[in-house]
Design a protein around this ligand. Structure first.
Ligand code: NAP
Length: 250
């Protein structure tokens, strides 16, 4: 079997960075994207190269159809059709509900929901041709229990869970599985603002495992889900939250 091609969005930092490493080490041809932090993308490429793993990266603005289409075509020409899509890139914003503006809302939904929608649409024809594909959407516990200070973020993730389920319903019969991985709190740039708030501190205290996750702990689950060992798992939301959902929010 030829090496499978994996596209990881938002691979330059945080959870995506760990997913890139995990998949590269597991033997996939990995392409990842960044948005602004080209320096971090280059740093990851060099770090992995020193360890003997070759990956490549591109700039992506995932709220833009042309940017999405261009990445998918470039990967196709350089490495072959994308077999595995990891929709990891997203934005967050700490803001009380009353002051979320229309443009905050639109931006959140464009990046976190429309981006994954467009990426899925662009890669599906290639997966259908091969009758094999893996789509993983990184969602969030916020999409399952709602948000206090990130209502628009939570709404975008809830919708992404629904999109994950719909794709599974339509395309699983063609050998394409679609699953969501739902972290609770993970140590990355994205969570740093929330962790400074009283709400954030309370949330950490309520985690049954007593700590937040490392990005690697999320990446390991993603790596399993894209493997042939996960061939009968589709349409699921896999919780990787240290038991947080049991505490029903604070
Ligand atoms: N951290 C947590 O506690 C937590 C909890 C639950 C779920 N999650 C989810 O896990 C995923 C990864 O989160 P993270 O904490 O690793 O985030 P992060 O550290 O903030 O990294 C976000 C990544 O997305 C990229 N990105 C941002 N806006 C983009 C855009 N418009 N177009 C394309 N790429 C864009 C960034 O690129 P640049 O580096 O170039 O800016 C970066 O690579 C997200 O889906 C997030 O919602 C995180």
């Amino acid at each position: 079997m030829s090496q499978r091609v994996a596209l990881v969005t938002g691979g330059s930092r945080g959870i995506g960075r760990s997913i890139v490493r995990e998949l590269a080490v597991s033997g996939y041809k990995v392409v990842f994207t960044y948005n602004f932090r080209g320096d971090m993308a280059e740093d990851l490429l060099q770090t992995l190269a020193r360890d003997g793993f070759r990956v490549s990266y591109f700039q992506l603005e995932q709220s833009d159809r042309d940017s999405v289409r261009s990445i998918v075509r470039t990967v196709m020409n350089d490495l072959g059709a994308i077999d595995i899509l990891i929709n990891n890139a997203a934005i967050s914003q700490e803001k009380p509900f009353e002051v979320i503006t229309d443009s905050d809302w639109e931006r959140m939904l464009k990046v976190n929901l429309q981006g994954p929608f467009m990426l899925i649409q662009e890669v599906l024809p290639f997966m259908l041709r091969k009758k094999w594909g893996r789509i993983i959407n990184i969602v969030s516990i916020g999409g399952q229990w709602g948000g206090f200070n990130q209502v628009h973020y939570a709404a975008s993730k809830a919708a992404l869970i629904s999109l994950t389920h719909s794709i599974a319903k339509i395309y699983s019969k063609y050998g394409i599985t679609s699953n969501a991985v739902s972290p609770g709190l993970v140590l990355t740039d994205m969570s740093s603002a929330e962790l400074l708030t009283e709400q954030g501190k309370q949330k950490v205290k309520s985690i049954p495992l007593g700590r937040i996750a490392t990005p690697e702990e999320i990446a390991k689950v993603v790596s399993f889900l894209v493997s042939d060992d996960a061939s009968y798992i589709t349409g699921q939301t896999i919780n990787v939250n240290g038991g947080m959902l049991l505490s029903h929010g604070v």
